[in-house]
Write a protein that binds this ligand. Sequence first.
Ligand SMILES: Cc1cc2nc3c(=O)[nH]c(=O)nc-3n(C[C@H](O)[C@H](O)[C@H](O)COP(=O)(O)OP(=O)(O)OC[C@H]3O[C@@H](n4cnc5c(N)ncnc54)[C@H](O)[C@@H]3O)c2cc1C
Length: 412
Amino acid sequence: MTSKHYDLIIAGGGIVGLTLANLLADSGLKIAIFDQQSLNLPTLTQDYELRVSAITHASQELFQHLGVWPAIEAMRLSPYTKMYVWDASNEAHIEFEAREVAETNLGHIVENNVIQRTLLQQLIKSSWLDLIPNTTLEKIKLSSDGVEVKMTNGQTLSANLLVGADGINSKVRELAGIAVDYQAYGHMAIVATVCCEKSHGQTAWQCFLPDGILAFLPLADLHTCSIVWSCDTSVAERLLRLDEPAFAVALQDVFAKHLGKIELLSKRLSFPLAMRHARHYVVPRIALVGDAAHTIHPLAGQGLNLGLADALGLAQVIIATSQKQRDIGLLANLRAYERWRKKENLSMILAMQGFKALFGSSLPPLVWLRGQGLQLVNKIPMLKHFFVRRANERLVNARQGIPYNEQKDGSI
Ligand SMILES: Cc1cc2nc3c(=O)[nH]c(=O)nc-3n(C[C@H](O)[C@H](O)[C@H](O)COP(=O)(O)OP(=O)(O)OC[C@H]3O[C@@H](n4cnc5c(N)ncnc54)[C@H](O)[C@@H]3O)c2cc1C
């Protein structure tokens, strides 16, 4: 069997895998990406895609650094200038506005296929990259100087490093024998596109209900929102059984006072939600990024943003290692990536668990506490600014292109 050799193979051409490839464009490395799907440019239609992401300023800066942000802007996105969060149990609420922190917006809602298209468009004609569609991983064989990857299309490739960017059920993670800490949230997320009688006012709306969290994310059209309803699995199953008008009424019961009459514009998709955290992000010759390394509750819209930061961290480590003409697949050289990203991702995972526990409880003391907490933060500008800034922390490294490890201690 012939085995073509690369410096790096990326399993998974989702947004995180494609971002990593774009970050490595000028590295001089020879790269292959394979995916079980087609890797054709996604077709954009008038209808909004059901999968959308809240993109932070940090991720926007990363896309600007890659040169894809103008194309994303030209296709379709929706800036949000305000967040309005309330607790249905006690009507306490908190509002954040971009102008309070001297920003023009707090982030953007972007359809996933828009991001994917712009990232792919920049890669399709690259001579340093092979895109291998419609195949999945079958086997990996590790040796001291490389990794061999066998795919279901019969091809075998070899590389110095294999990156698992292959999502929540990562086959790379499984074949590498990397254990995962797993905790089901007991929640399922329902997503859909809806039309609202009143303008969404470029506001990201989120309501904490006794049995879940309902978010309305503003889309480019001022009367269209993407909804994410994360709720107890039994509640989600009941909501999915409702016909369209009855489901719209269920949305209206929560949101009518802000957005008026609601109409469903799309089918509903649902996703079981669980926290997953790989015990290791790197083992010899293998690294994990994005959902392959971690999944979190979508309540704060951070999963993809964390995955993009992984791609940036790993790219920086790979570039620094390769510039020093060292082996990019050696565990000792990959560890800097794991040290940086695992700590940050873990703190977000813990924060989401705390949030879900606090807001998922109907115990009267907790209901009172969160009501007081929300009102307090809402009244104290300094605290509000802290939360807005924390939610939008910028990756200065992305803009400057400086390997983060060199800023800190000069070593990898
Ligand atoms: C309801 C919901 C709402 C969300 N909202 C937000 C949000 O607002 N903001 C945010 O930041 N995050 C959000 N997230 C999280 C975000 O969607 C994910 O974190 C992100 O899409 C993960 O990207 P990825 O590239 O790591 O994985 P994926 O998008 O899953 O890509 C993996 C790729 O690998 C391919 N693949 C899988 N297995 C194989 C295999 N064996 N062989 C070859 N290829 C394979 C797949 O075809 C796919 O192309 C949300 C998640 C959910 C469920």
